[in-house]
Structures are given as C-alpha cells and as structure tokens.
Design a protein around this ligand. Sequence first.
Ligand SMILES: O=C[C@H](O)COP(=O)(O)O
Length: 252
Amino acid sequence: MSDVTPLLALNWKMNKTPSEARAWATELAGTFTGQGAELAVMAPAIDLPGVAEALRGSRVAYGAQDVSAHASGAYTGEISAAMLLDVGASYAIVGHSERRAYHAETDEKVAAKTRAALQAGLVPIVCVGEELPVREAGEHVAFTLNSLRGSLEGVDVRDARALVIAYEPVWAIGTGKTATADDAEEMASAIRGELRRSLGDVADRVRVLYGGSVKPANIAEICGKANVNGALVGGASLELDSVLGMAGALNV
Ligand SMILES: O=C[C@H](O)COP(=O)(O)O
C-alpha cells in the first residue's frame, strides 16, 4: 500500500431510515478508533443531519450519494453541494453505476456534477466502470478511461485530496463476484496514468478506490495493491461488525 491514507467509503445506497442511521452512526462513533484509514459514511441525504449529529467529534466523515450539477434554483428534488456542506458533509458520490443506469446519467452529466462539487468545496467520489460484455470483449480499460475522461471534462484539481475516483466494475456490484486484486490494480494503475496526463503530478496522491463485493475477507488483498487506495463498499457497509472488520484490515 502506498503512503496515501486509504479511504473506506460506505455507500449505504437506499437503506436505513433517519432513526436507524442515527443509531448506527452513534454506535460507530463510539467504536471506531481511526485505525490507519479514513472512514466516510455515504448516507441517503435525508439521513445526513442525524448522522452528522451522531458523528460530531468522531474521526468519521460523511457525505451524500449524489449532488446536483446546479448551485440553486428550480430543480425539484435535487440537493446542492452547498446544502450538503451546510450539514458538514465532506464527500458526494458522483456517477455511481446505479445513477447512470436508472437515472440516465451520462459522462457529461457526471462531469457537470463533479465540477459543481469541486467548485463548492465538496470532494466528489467519481465512479467509473464497465459492464460484463465490455470486459469479456477485452475493452474494459479503454472503455473505463474514456468514461473517466468524459466524467472529468473541465475539471482541474491542484490538491490531491479534493478528488477521489472509484473503479467499480458493474458486474461485480452486489453480485458477490469480486474482481481479482490484479484486475483492480490493472485498472487503478491505468486510471492513475490517465489522471497524470490530465492533472500532472498531483495524480500520484489522488485516491483511487475499488468497489464491487468488497468485504472484510478480501479488502486487505485488494487495497494492498500499489494503486488502490481504499474501497467503496455497498452491501458490507450496512453492518457495524463488517465495517470494523474492513477498517481493521486496512490498518497500516
Ligand atoms: O458503491 C458501492 C458499490 O456499488 C459496491 O456495492 P457492493 O459492495 O454491494 O458490491
């Protein structure tokens, strides 16, 4: 593992009511000691005020699962970066494959959200990754890098901590099929190369995460690879024991 502090980002997706989220976060705050990794809870937006209160004074960060491309105005149902920052959020997932698939989010839209987050001072976790037929055709690297370029159109970052990239092969999400650690490293390394071309040396310290059926039993091997700086976790992020197990496995 490199000297970049790994990020363990917990994507609850559409799980946990505000009461459940607050109780869970209270328990986490009392248990997590900050073992060698940064931990961030990516909660449903409506859960965030309660999560914020529960995590106050702890070493756990939090964020949202999406953010509007717009700063304010007539965009019914959307939540702006400024609103998220106001409840103390540090991160927003952008371009998750479920948003791309179920909400028709294109790379262009993802780039607009990424820019909006960055302009406001919220760290976007920009997700890219291929579907199974693309991998089977051997085109996964070219596809994912093309998507990354589109998702970062117009983005310029000087501080490596301002941006996080998550490689999530769609075929490994919620399926129990994990990419091998070598698969994750192949793509993370390619992503870093692309970031170097667009951002320069700052790319060496941008965190590149892997996501897709990560759990306590496989996180250390995957995140032990040189270019993998943590994980974006769905299913295994819902239970406290499993989260503490993953955080412990990342202890460096
Ligand atoms: O954002 C997280 C990913 O979609 C991975 O989900 P998963 O860990 O349930 O496979």
